[in-house]
Write a protein that binds this ligand. Structure first.
Ligand SMILES: *[C@@H]1O[C@H](CO)[C@@H](O)[C@H](O)[C@H]1NC(C)=O
Ligand SMILES: *[C@@H]1O[C@H](CO)[C@@H](O)[C@H](O)[C@H]1NC(C)=O
Ligand SMILES: *[C@@H]1O[C@H](CO)[C@@H](O)[C@H](O)[C@H]1NC(C)=O
Ligand SMILES: *[C@@H]1O[C@H](CO)[C@@H](O)[C@H](O)[C@H]1NC(C)=O
Length: 345
């Protein structure tokens, strides 16, 4: 009799314990998601990572890291959503830092075909113009990514921004840096062509290149389009903060002539599987530019934007010769620093 009473009590206690454990567990999971929702937005990412419960309950997955009205309509993103995956925004792991008119847009368009790469849509100008807005602002300008995806941003003016190397280093000293370079003479003409398309009353290229505006006199190195081509000078600044192994130099010429070769180097450098290959490109001989069969946001073939590959003005061959002579020693220096001969004339 006594024995059976205590057995009933034990059974009752076990049931009671089971119920209370269940209630506590459920209550805590709710609490966790409530807390996560209440913490300031800038802390959410790390807070969620610190909560050990993430491994035990699926309710944490439901904690929204995105705004309710997130409108990223890319096909990739929709796919994740269908699979119930929740992308988060991350600071970039790799940056395309330059150079202006070197082919940075082409590189970005090509590399973002890769399913493990997500790129900020437009130039964010964080490390030059918007640095005072802080890293949280920067992160908000990045696309949502899943674990294992690489966030990348392109702003070509970073390469020549004095403070940029230190600032990027402060964000993460492991940041990978991509630099698309191109013959500084054609780059300068391209730079000028873009400027003159916005400001048609600009002086002629020849006039601006030389200090006295006379062909053959001293090259005006204070003129932006000329100065920017002194790549070795800007590279010196970056090398004060980053080892050479953390920079990848991409030939702007080869990126257009044979994108697959350069894209292989880029994918290796970024530690990505080789997905982007010659199969993705075809050459449009009318335009003189490679086109993509398919890319993010375009199901049809698409060539580089219509402003790319605009025709350059006629430049006196004597001026070209003078400029090539001017750049030669600086190019040599750049080849020595990078260990790559870009073969500029
Ligand atoms: C949705 O978008 C509006 C403006 O478009 C914004 O004010 C709001 O914060 C966004 N997020 C949510 C959750 O509504
Ligand atoms: C810096 O980047 C590396 C590689 O992308 C990453 O593993 C590391 O967590 C980052 N460090 C910080 C402090 O974000
Ligand atoms: C530029 O022109 C000025 C006068 O017009 C002349 O004194 C000077 O020597 C010239 N400089 C060069 C580099 O040709
Ligand atoms: C090639 O480029 C020209 C000029 O931009 C364009 O009209 C044409 O549709 C392009 N062809 C293909 C196959 O992409």
């Amino acid at each position: 009799m006594e024995f059976s009473v205590s057995r009933k009590i034990i059974v009752a206690l076990i049931i009671l314990a089971a119920i209370s454990i269940y209630i506590t567990f459920t209550f805590n999971s709710c609490l966790v998601s409530n807390i996560s929702n209440r913490v300031p937005k800038w802390r959410r990412t790390s807070v969620v990572n610190e909560i050990p419960l993430i491994h035990y309950t699926s309710s944490v997955r439901v904690v929204s890291l995105l705004e309710g009205n997130e409108t990223d309509l890319s096909p990739k993103y929709k796919l994740f959503k269908e699979q119930g995956l929740r992308p988060e925004r991350q600071l970039p792991e790799a940056l395309i830092i330059g150079v202006k008119k070197g082919g940075t847009r082409a590189l970005l368009e090509f590399i973002r075909i890769h399913p493990d790469v997500r790129a900020a849509g437009s130039e964010v100008h964080f490390f030059d113009k918007n640095y005072h807005k802080g890293f949280q602002w920067y992160r908000e300008h990045m696309p949502p990514t899943l674990e294992g995806q690489l966030t990348i941003e392109k702003t070509p003016s970073y390469f020549i921004t004095k403070e940029a190397p230190r600032r990027v280093h402060m964000m993460n000293l492991s940041t990978k840096l991509l630099v698309v370079v191109r013959d500084p003479v054609t780059r300068a003409i391209s730079d000028y062509t873009q400027a003159v398309s916005k400001k048609p009353d600009m002086k002629s290229f020849e006039n601006l290149v030389f200090i006295n505006g006379t062909v053959g006199s001293i090259v005006d190195t204070s003129w932006g389009p000329i100065k920017l081509g002194l790549y070795y000078k800007y590279l010196t600044r970056w090398l004060k903060f980053f080892p050479l192994s953390q920079l990848l130099f991409i030939s702007g010429e080869r990126l257009i002539q044979d994108p697959a070769i350069e894209l292989k180097r880029v994918q290796d450098f970024l530690g990505l599987k080789k997905v982007v290959t010659e199969k993705h490109f075809y050459f449009n001989s009318t335009k003189g530019f490679p086109c993509l069969f398919k890319s993010e946001g375009h199901s049809a073939p698409h060539c580089l934007g219509k402003t790319k590959g605009r025709s350059h003005p006629y430049v006196d061959p004597l001026v070209l010769q003078r400029l090539r002579d001017f750049y030669r020693p600086f190019n040599m220096r750049f080849y020595q620093m990078t260990g790559i001969n870009f073969g500029w004339p």
